[in-house]
Write a protein that binds this ligand. Structure first.
Ligand code: BMA
Length: 318
């Protein structure tokens, strides 16, 4: 038995498999000159995997461009033009738009994209609705700056929309949850998942992709940051939230379940970053495909099995 598995019997090395063809998207593949392509939102549409990729240009500003693939791993068709770019009339987008998360809103029959708008006013979450990823209807910012790493839940819970987000309050970066009757006015704010002093996620935490509904609760992935002498390490943890009251955390992973190790996760603009923002779940096979930005330079994918992830969370608690 390896030393690692003796110390941590519940840490299966195979929980997530990084795809051997990673990175799946790189700046070199782009049809126009760019510095970096990373932190994509993900949805399945017409049998294809659609990634809404954050693209950073050579001014250092970001926009969003679509890449499609029939299996979600290879043969990516990258749009020749961006699909969502900062608009002058939206002052909060002055320095770019970043890190989209996408949910299909069951009640609205529309996709909701939550992305980070960046400007002199600081980072703020913006929400846009779309049916076809061609036209987008911006509905504003649920929260004041400084706020990032947000996603709506795919459906109302007890009659209210629910948002997970990450404001910075008194310099502290915990994950928060808020509620709204109409997607416009938000309240009942509370800390959902705090940083853990001393742990791998002691410095900052932020939601990854949108919450995944399962019979046992809402499964979320989040990034946790630890500062080191040579920069910040961005790793990934999980939690399971109560289906009926997502303010209740049923389980939270002790160990990170994905973290930087491969060269493409260390060689880039920001070394040591794995930053998941998109997830696709195959409900028949249980396959979970987690799409993440690596080293703020390229896009990678890792797969796991949904029931193994939940079993792992439960085992770790005991
Ligand atoms: C976070 C976000 C992400 C980025 C990460 C690592 O604060 O800005 O866009 O990938 O830092 O640099």
């Amino acid at each position: 038995m390896e030393a690692n598995s003796m110390l941590f019997p519940h840490l299966p090395r195979t929980l997530f498999q990084k795809y051997s063809g990673n990175p799946i998207l790189t700046p070199e593949m782009w049809p126009y000159p760019v510095n970096a392509v990373f932190n994509p939102g993900a949805v399945e549409m017409n049998g294809e995997t659609v990634l809404l990729v954050r693209v950073e240009d050579m001014r250092g500003f970001s926009h969003l461009t679509i890449a499609r693939s029939s299996d979600g791993y290879v043969n990516w068709q990258i749009d020749p033009q961006p699909v969502l770019v900062p608009e002058k009339k939206h002052q909060e987008e002055q320095w770019g738009i970043e890190d989209p998360r996408i949910v299909w809103l069951e009640d609205e029959h529309q996709y909701a994209i939550t992305y980070v708008s960046f400007s002199q006013g600081g980072p703020v979450v913006s929400v846009a609705l779309t049916q076809d990823f061609k036209t987008f209807h911006r509905i504003g910012s649920p929260m004041p700056p400084e706020d990032k790493d947000a996603s709506l839940f795919p459906r109302k819970i007890n009659g209210r929309y629910v948002l997970i987000h990450r404001p910075i309050i008194r310099g502290e970066a915990h994950i928060w949850i808020s509620f709204s009757p109409d997607l416009q006015y938000w309240g009942d704010h509370s800390v959902l998942l705090p940083v853990r002093p001393g742990w791998w996620d002691n410095h900052r935490v932020g939601l990854g992709p949108p919450p995944i509904e399962t019979e046992e609760g809402w499964l979320i992935f989040y990034h946790g940051v630890r500062k080191t002498a040579s920069g910040s390490l961005y790793r990934v943890g999980m939690a399971l939230l109560d289906l009926d009251d997502p303010r209740k955390i049923l389980y939270r992973s002790k160990h990170w379940v994905l973290g930087p190790h491969e060269p493409y996760e260390y060689i880039g603009d920001v070394p040591g970053v794995t930053f998941p923002t998109g997830v696709i779940v195959n409900r028949d096979s249980g396959e979970v495909r987690l799409y993440y930005g690596a080293a703020d330079k390229c896009v990678a994918v890792a797969t796991a099995n949904l029931s193994h992830l939940i079993a792992h969370l439960k085992e770790e608690k005991e």
